[in-house]
Design a protein around this ligand. Structure first.
Ligand SMILES: *Cc1c(COP(=O)(O)O)cnc(C)c1O
Length: 468
């Protein structure tokens, strides 16, 4: 397995290089040269395989021998060592709860996998250096550069990356977050780790943080001094493991609905989407043979893809702020990967993917209504998905003239974060305080440590240059 750049102007690389560098030199996203094709027999065996073994089977070909099997097994087992329950909300909408990881959002899976891979590669590099030092005296500057993960966050990524990378030897993490614009739990998650994790509290917006990070990656001085890499979903080591929870959801679905003949209704999936990394991973899982149903991208007011699917015109706008702020993305980076999976075929795309845009009023109303009617507390991102699922299912009903088994009047939504991460919006909608889960209570006794930073690149660069 190797990875090519979607800009097609860089050399192919292995998984190790793709994970360490994040993006290709031509600034393209890396894409695997083959999408796995599981056989029917393999798929059948996946129905009952334990989660860790399934994770290993799915990830091993993508890692392509750059991590030994025993280590990869361990990495996979650690990555997914929490629950991924499929919980009914209504008669025909179920919630795949992806918030049972350490930082209460789905990004834990990708961050845990990626951090452990980089930890493995860093250790391997040190061992190689030790061995080669016996034979030659090396003053090669490149090998001495520390690996530094730079990441801008609107909330969830920072916490997941901090938690995933905490204590990983040979890797430093610098998180930029917008002052006053992340929730209290989110802020504690990214500012209380210490050790190899540094939080920069930027006097600006998420877009300012993102702009600083982008500039850093092309800054020759910084790249001379550091081995910079990114930890968002453009990195294949963060993006690809997100396939796993689609496999787990499908296992659950089959266990629940399979009849004596082995048939079960199609599993339609609604994914709250921002950068489209998550839904793109699901579409990879389907392309590799996992029998999933239709995909629905649930978007907030940032609806570039929703519009594209009806007009075939890709018109980017500046991101607008919404209550589902982890999806406030004006130009989703991973959409090009979806196009690649479907070989840039527009009819094939519209056949596999629908998208709806949900406004803030509907999002808040949905949280209130589902709480009242179904006694289920959605977070704002899950609420966008729920509202989109209702529209999709209503349309399906209207258009379904056949009894085609392909069609099914139910859907699962991905509940991508715990509601306690967005208390302002959710508590107002449900008129209740959300209890803080036991697993994050320890954070409340911790002291926030952050470095204030002006929202301009020079301030950031000066700070970085003086760091080592
Ligand atoms: C990051 C995030 C999303 C968006 O996921 P993408 O992979 O960027 O589409 C949705 N919901 C929550 C809670 C998130 O943190």
């Amino acid at each position: 397995m190797h990875y090519y750049s979607l800009v097609k102007n860089s050399p192919n690389v292995d998984f190790r290089t793709a994970a360490i560098t994040g993006q290709a030199p031509d600034r393209g996203l890396y894409f695997p040269n083959t999408i796995l094709k599981f056989t029917a027999a393999q798929i059948e065996s996946f129905k009952t395989l334990d989660k860790a073994s399934l994770a290993f089977e799915v990830m091993k070909p993508y890692v392509g021998g750059t991590i030994d099997d025993a280590s990869l097994k361990e990495i996979c087992a650690e990555t997914i060592n929490f629950d991924f329950p499929l919980v009914p909300i209504t008669e025909n909408i179920l919630s795949l709860e992806l918030f049972h990881g350490p930082t209460l959002a789905f990004k834990d899976v990708g961050a845990r996998f990626m951090s452990r891979c980089l930890g493995y590669f860093s250790k391997e590099k040190k061992e190689n250096e030790r061995n080669s030092n016996l034979t030659k005296s090396s003053d090669d500057n490149a090998t001495n550069k520390p690996t530094t993960v730079l990441v801008a966050t609107s909330g969830d990524t920072g916490g997941a990356v901090a938690n995933g990378f905490l204590g990983v030897d040979g890797v430093n993490v610098i998180i930029l977050y917008p002052k006053g614009k992340v929730s209290p739990i989110q802020e504690l998650q990214l500012t209380t780790c210490g050790q190899n994790i540094t939080a920069l509290e930027v006097e600006g917006s998420f877009d300012d943080c993102q702009a600083i990070v982008k500039e850093a990656f092309i800054d020759a001085d910084l790249n001379e001094q550091y081995n910079l890499t990114s930890a968002n979903s453009i990195n294949v080591a963060r993006w690809l493991p997100q396939q796993l929870y689609y496999f787990f959801a499908w296992q659950n679905w089959v266990a629940k609905y399979q009849d004596a003949q082995g048939n079960y209704p199609a599993m339609n999936i609604v994914v709250p989407s921002g950068n489209f990394g998550n839904i793109c991973a699901g579409m990879m899982a389907k392309a590799s043979g996992l029998p999933l149903g239709h995909f629905i991208a649930a978007c907030n007011a940032n609806d570039v893809v929703t519009r594209y699917l009806t007009t075939e015109k890709y018109e980017i706008h500046k991101a607008v702020a919404t209550v589902s702020n982890a999806m406030d993305v004006g130009n989703p980076s991973n959409f090009v990967r979806i196009l690649e999976i479907l070989e840039n075929n527009f009819p094939a795309l519209t056949k596999s993917l629908s998208s709806y845009s949900i406004n803030d009023t509907t999002t808040k109303d949905t949280i209130a209504r589902v709480y009242k009617t179904n006694n289920y507390t959605l977070d704002p991102h899950g609420a966008v998905a729920f509202a989109a699922a209702e529209i999709y299912l209503a349309n399906l009903e209207k258009n379904n003239t056949s009894s085609n088994a392909q069609y099914n009047n139910s859907a699962i939504i991905l509940e991508t974060a715990h509601p306690v991460k967005f208390p302002e919006v959710v508590e107002e909608a449900i008129g209740q305080i959300i209890a803080i889960p036991e697993s994050v209570k320890f954070l409340l006794d911790k002291k926030k440590v952050s470095i204030p930073l002006a929202a301009n690149y020079t301030a950031f660069k000066n700070w970085m240059i003086n760091l080592i």
